[in-house]
Design a protein around this ligand. Structure first.
Ligand SMILES: [Mg+2]
Length: 214
């Protein structure tokens, strides 16, 4: 593999040990959020529609959500080491997330891991959350942040592309990536779609595998 390698990674459930958006919905939305999630997992609605409908159910102030996130969300404790590994090896590492910026940016600041990131934008107004999509692809209404678009942009710059993820919104980039690391739903989807992938538990596994490729 050429030395110019980029790693795109999901945030929720990949850098964090659990899915932050789902934890917020579980705590602050009525249980009907799960019916919307099932439509999403059955691929009957896109990630964008799913997020809008689910977060429209949340009634909370941003400060309360941040407090909840601080109390409940844990990082994959091997991720900071992985960031150092990528820096030393000159591997480009970026986050592409279908989560919401207020908690992704808050956590990355708290953990002192300043990485480039693309994520959806939450607007808090009158006790409700409206979601904007600064990183959407204009030709697709299914997703918010288009993870595939970023993969193509970096490939155009000459990078070989590795992708790390755990969920349904990771399938598009997994189809195109040169190397895929998958767990949970993404691993199931890759198996269903006959996409070659390396299973992983944490970023120490990803690092071990990439060490042999760079
Ligand atoms: Mg995820």
């Amino acid at each position: 593999m050429p030395s110019k390698l980029a790693v795109l990674t999901d945030f929720d459930g990949t850098i964090t040990r659990t899915d932050v958006a789902e934890a917020i919905l579980e705590e602050f939305a009525p249980s009907s959020w799960w019916e919307i999630e099932e439509l999403h997992r059955a691929r009957k609605i896109g990630t964008r529609e799913s997020m809008v409908r689910q977060f429209a159910l949340v009634r909370a102030k941003q400060a309360d959500l941040i407090r909840f996130v601080d109390e409940h969300v844990e990082i994959d404790e091997t991720f900071p080491d992985f960031v150092g590994f990528c820096n030393r090896r000159h591997i480009r590492l970026e986050i592409v997330s279908e989560g919401l910026d207020f908690y992704v940016r808050h956590l990355m600041r708290k953990w002192d891991l300043p990485l480039p990131l693309r994520t959806n934008h939450a607007v808090f107004e009158e006790g409700r959350i409206r979601i904007e999509y600064p990183w959407a692809d204009a030709t697709c209404t299914l997703c918010g942040t288009c993870k595939l678009l970023r993969l193509f942009q970096l490939r155009t710059e000459g990078f070989r592309m590795a992708y790390v993820g755990d969920g349904h919104s990771d399938l598009c980039p997994a189809v195109e990536a040169d190397v895929v690391f998958a767990k949970r739903e993404l691993a199931e989807l890759c198996a269903e779609e006959s996409i070659a992938y390396t299973p992983f538990v944490n970023f120490a596994d990803v690092q071990r595998h990439l060490r042999g490729l760079t």
